[in-house]
Write a protein that binds this ligand. Structure first.
Ligand code: DX5
Ligand code: ZN
Length: 229
């Protein structure tokens, strides 16, 4: 069984203090940094690129950086992210003409490769590429924005992905992204996820009272441990 990974999405962090925010959340017990890249084309929002990834590395961040590409096309930007210090790079099959080639490109650049499935995208592509992947990422919201509600059908899809990964027998991570909170994370773990992205649940909504990062991360981890022990 893969260890539990909590990956705060910096999409909900304070971008004016990004280095500090990442240091704080890692010191508070986070395992990875989830890095959401949006292009105002594949998704209707625009965020951060390789320069920001590189800046975090230069700032001293040594934890894995989990780059979630919501851009189209994807291939041109992959080498830039690899050079900028990405550890894992995930992309959406709809955003690549040649999914198998894109996976090979990520690996040739020295990163781990992930494939991301939107709420209405079937897992069929896994029939052909699962063995080549290091990570399967299921979206439990439509990509583009933080702070949305978890879409319940993602639970059945997690169970299906879990069964496929177990049958394959390789150490492939199953990650969930969107609407993950301390309140629903146990149910999500029970459905088979081992890697949990959480943005607004950790960094807070603008204007809301913030729970200390260490406290919310340990509440999440305890809920997951209760299920995965
Ligand atoms: C959405 C992003 C998510 C998002 C999650 O497109 O991929 O990573 O930041 O945010 P929350 O946890 O607030 O749903
Ligand atoms: Zn994401």
């Amino acid at each position: 069984m893969q260890s539990t990974v909590i990956a705060p999405s910096i999409l909900s962090a304070n971008f004016a203090k990004l280095g500090e925010e990442v240091d704080k959340v890692l010191a508070a017990g986070a395992d990875w940094v989830h890095f959401d890249v949006m292009d105002n084309h594949y998704v209707p929002n625009l965020t951060i690129g390789p320069l920001v990834c590189e800046a975090l590395r230069k700032h001293g961040v040594s934890a894995p950086i989990d780059v979630h590409l919501m851009v189209e096309p994807v291939d041109r930007i992959i080498p830039d992210f690899a050079k900028a210090g990405a550890s894992l790079i995930s992309f959406h099959p709809e955003a690549s003409r040649h999914v198998h080639r894109t996976i090979q490109l990520i690996k040739a650049e020295g990163c781990q490769a992930g494939l991301v499935f939107n709420p209405a995208t079937s897992l069929d592509a896994l029939d052909y590429v699962l063995e080549d992947l290091d990570l399967v990422l299921l979206m439990s919201v439509n990509p583009g924005f933080g702070g949305q509600s978890f879409i319940p059908s993602a639970l059945d899809k997690l169970r299906e992905a879990r069964a496929r990964i177990d049958a394959c027998g390789k150490p492939i991570r199953l990650e969930i992204d969107g609407g993950v909170k301390a309140e629903n994370i146990a149910e999500i773990a029970r459905a088979g996820a081992d890697t949990f992205v959480a943005g607004s649940a950790i960094f807070g909504h603008p204007g809301s009272e913030k729970e200390p990062y260490a406290q919310i991360i340990s509440r999440m981890r305890a809920a997951v441990d209760g299920v995965r022990a």
